[in-house]
Design a protein around this ligand. Structure first.
Ligand code: FE2
Ligand code: FE2
Length: 471
């Protein structure tokens, strides 16, 4: 087990001090990163003491240190899961060959593109979330937001390390560009659509961490299988951080859903809004919106790029080694809905070309598991309704179903019908204004906003009323 050296300017477990050139390059990038953090990181709380966790080793259990830290003093660093010297490529066309410790020339461009695309999402989400702390529903939630934010910053470090260490000049240029693009900017937007959306309310934040960070989990898991070993090891470690982001989203949503049920059952007309909460219909619209945006991130259902990535041994399936028996993915097919002549029909697609869809399906299964937990919580409260996921074809802007219109149940409809019913399925301006009107700060220890249930338990065995952020 490798421990992390916190004595160095850039904490790392990659022996940075033995590669002077790389160390110098990264030390040059570091002040630019800090400047970006102070410009685009959480607004207004940079001088506060925040109860943050820091990794002490690259093992899954290596999270022992929790302490009050000012965010700009957070020790962002480079942590890779330990190397397995006998590791072999275990899928695609190179099965059985030793994994690569350097970038193979023929795959240089696709690897760079994959790394840059992943990297771009990390600072983007920090930018999207930068005003949220001002309206945090509790100090507990504010601290979780900041923990997610500093870790997304660290994920940027993880990717920038790969770019600097393995892609020479091009990599250094890309690393600079990562600090130049801005979420939602008209001239220099972030690369992916979901990462240019606004995040001005906490319902959106919890949807984002529930649905969009979960895309991150699946992308990282697919890359953790990679034959390019440094990428696989980086992503393995990032996954341990990502798990926390997902739990922030899942539990945050559950607290809102439970409050919504309680308030609606309290109200004579069953209206949670009349009781100062968020009604279930509005929650469902947010879920429809963020689920559909997030599954777009997996890319096109039928993709020759995806086939190439798999064949090259660069991007595997979710848990390629343990969930699947056959690892060439040749002469196999996936059946999916295609549209022709205004009708949905089923078509067989060669498995390698359907890798995006295979990963999306794993994501959907995972999301369905969370919905079952939410619905169980609703049943426990004797609430008569349920939360559902829309069909994967609903409200898509990428892939086979983009430009077409479907109901949340997956029925093909025309544009006029969709537009006429849009307000039933997706957030309206009025819904957004209402949700925003609830976003008033509750920054007293142990207190929580009315529209969301207080958390069950605190962080790291601290009580709920612990001062997770000190002003
Ligand atoms: Fe991340
Ligand atoms: Fe994340």
């Amino acid at each position: 087990m490798s421990t992390i050296d916190y004595q160095e300017r850039i904490p790392n477990n990659v022996g940075l001090s033995s590669d002077r050139k790389l160390q110098r390059a990264l030390e040059k990038w570091q002040p630019a990163f800090l400047e970006w953090w102070s410009d685009m990181g959480p607004e207004g709380f940079q001088a506060s003491d925040v109860y943050l966790r820091t990794a002490i080793s690259a093992e899954p259990g290596g999270w022992a240190v929790f302490d009050h830290v000012k965010m700009p003093d957070y020790r962002w660093g480079i942590f890779l899961a330990d190397q397995d010297p006998d590791r072999k490529i275990h899928f695609g066309d190179h099965i059985g060959e030793p994994v690569w410790q350097e970038v193979p020339g023929e795959y240089r461009n696709i690897l760079r593109r994959i790394i840059v695309t992943q990297a771009d999402t990390e600072p983007a989400s920090v930018e999207q979330q930068r005003y949220l702390a001002k309206t945090a529903p509790s100090l507990y939630d504010m601290r979780n937001l900041f923990q997610v934010n500093v870790e997304e910053g660290r994920h940027l470090w993880a990717m920038v390390y790969l770019l600097h260490a393995y892609f020479g000049r091009d990599g250094r240029d890309e690393a600079e560009e990562l600090l130049a693009r801005r979420a939602g900017d008209v001239d220099k937007p972030r690369m992916l659509d979901a990462f240019n959306q606004e995040c001005q309310d906490w319902l959106t934040f919890f949807c984002f961490t529930m649905f969009t960070d979960r895309d991150g989990k699946y992308q990282l898991a697919a890359l953790a299988e990679s034959g390019f070993d440094p990428l696989a090891r980086t992503c393995s470690f990032m996954l341990t951080e990502e798990a926390h982001h997902l739990s922030v989203g899942e539990l945050g949503m559950q607290r809102i859903i439970e409050r919504s049920a309680e308030l609606s059952m309290l109200d004579p007309n069953g209206d949670a809004r009349a009781q100062g909460g968020i009604d279930m219909a509005t929650l469902q619209k947010w879920i429809n919106y963020w689920f559909s945006y997030s599954i777009d991130l997996f890319g096109s259902e039928v993709s020759s790029n995806a086939a190439d990535f798999f064949g090259a041994g660069i991007k595997g399936r979710y848990r390629e080694a343990s969930l699947w028996d056959e690892h060439t993915a040749l002469e196999q097919f996936v059946t999916l809905d295609t549209i022709s002549g205004g009708r949905i029909s089923r078509e067989e697609i060669p498995l390698r070309n359907a890798m995006n869809e295979v990963l999306r399906s794993e994501y959907i299964k995972d999301t369905e598991r969370v919905l079952r937990r939410w619905n169980k919580a609703l049943a426990k409260l004797d609430y008569p309704g349920q939360i559902t996921l829309p069909d994967r074809k609903f409200h898509r802007r990428q892939g086979l179903y983009a430009g077409l219109h479907f109901t949340p149940q997956g029925e093909l409809i025309d544009q006029a019908t969709f537009e006429a019913r849009r307000h039933e399925w997706l957030p309206t301006d009025e819904d957004r204004a209402y949700v925003r009107s609830l976003m008033v700060p509750v920054h007293e220890p142990g207190q929580c906003a009315h529209w969301i249930k207080a958390p069950h338990r605190g962080i790291n065995r601290q009580p709920v009323e612990f001062e997770y952020v000190r002003p």
